[in-house]
Ligand binder design. Structure first.
Ligand code: IPD
Length: 274
């Protein structure tokens, strides 16, 4: 993929993210309606999630009719170009529902099989419309918050690291995730659960978090944010698939990653024995 192509893809992702973010923001101001629940009663989809995804899908179909589409709220379609758009219309749906100004539209384009273990992310845009913050990245071209280039903070020792994580929607998964947090809280500066994985990954890029980890994410939760973090110099890795085959994702500056990964692996091993 040439540099010009990645830049064109990024420009499209950026333009659509701005329009979709504005729509999500407007709908939030008008009042949010729950359309249905998904994996559990807590896992909801709003009318706005569906409307925003429909808009993104239509814009992509117009501009890139031969690409595939893989989004949270509608059926995936394969394309013939080898590229797939991986889209979360509203990441941080529960924040959105409660009017907490921490949610995002996330749009990435990947080459190859649209599976996180094998795809190559080419470009991504993540927008928090409530704060007017647009994160963008293209492979090999760095990442940006609005116009500001991003670079991860290095030299943070584990004991002073601010860690972010998230919880799934099903009770057994959450209980396991809470047990991991219990093992971790004494080893790091503190832990945040901010509620939007795409923004957590971007927070590693800006230095608002030192490390982010979560097990059980969906591909659309992390496709764009992981590229923003990686292009800012973070190491983004995965290990230890759970029973559903979803890996644990970790993003941190490379030096912190080296210290953090064995700590988590040790916690997982201990929990598995208990
Ligand atoms: C959720 C958020 C949350 C993370 C969950 C995700 P959604 O996505 O990213 O922070 O902890 O694992 O499912 O449902 O708001 O799109």
């Amino acid at each position: 993929m040439t540099r010009a192509v990645s830049t064109d893809l990024l420009s499209l992702a950026r333009t659509i993210a701005l329009e979709a973010g504005a729509l999500a923001f407007r709908r939030r101001a008008e009042g949010v309606n729950i359309a249905a629940s998904k994996s559990s009663p807590e896992d909801v989809v709003t009318d706005a999630d569906r409307e925003v995804e429909t808009l993104i899908r239509a814009r992509l179909a117009d501009a890139r009719p031969h690409d595939g589409f893989y989004g949270e709220e509608s059926e995936a379609t394969a394309g013939s170009s080898g590229l797939t758009w991986v889209v979360d219309p509203i990441d941080g749906t529960v924040n959105y529902l409660y009017g907490i100004p921490h949610y995002a539209v996330s749009i990435a384009v990947v080459a190859g099989d649209p599976a996180p273990s094998s795809w190559t992310a080419l470009a991504g845009a993540v927008i928090n419309p409530a704060l007017g913050e647009l994160y963008t990245a293209a492979a090999g071209e760095g990442s940006f918050l609005n116009d500001r280039p991003l670079k991860v903070k290095t030299g943070v020792p584990l004991s002073l690291a601010l860690a972010g994580t998230g919880f799934g929607y099903e009770a057994p998964r959450r209980l396991w995730q809470a047990a991991v947090v219990q093992g971790l809280i004494g080893e790091v500066r503190d832990i945040r659960r901010m509620g939007a994985a795409a923004l957590d990954l971007c927070a590693v890029a800006t230095g608002r978090l030192d490390v982010y980890y979560e097990r059980g994410l969906q591909p659309w939760d992390h496709a764009a944010g992981a590229l923003v973090a990686a292009e800012a110099g973070a190491k983004v890795g995965a290990f230890g698939a759970d029973s559903e085959g979803k890996d644990l994702l970790i993003a941190a500056a490379p030096d912190l990653y080296l210290a953090f990964e064995p700590l988590l692996a040790g916690l997982f091993a201990r929990l598995a024995r208990e």
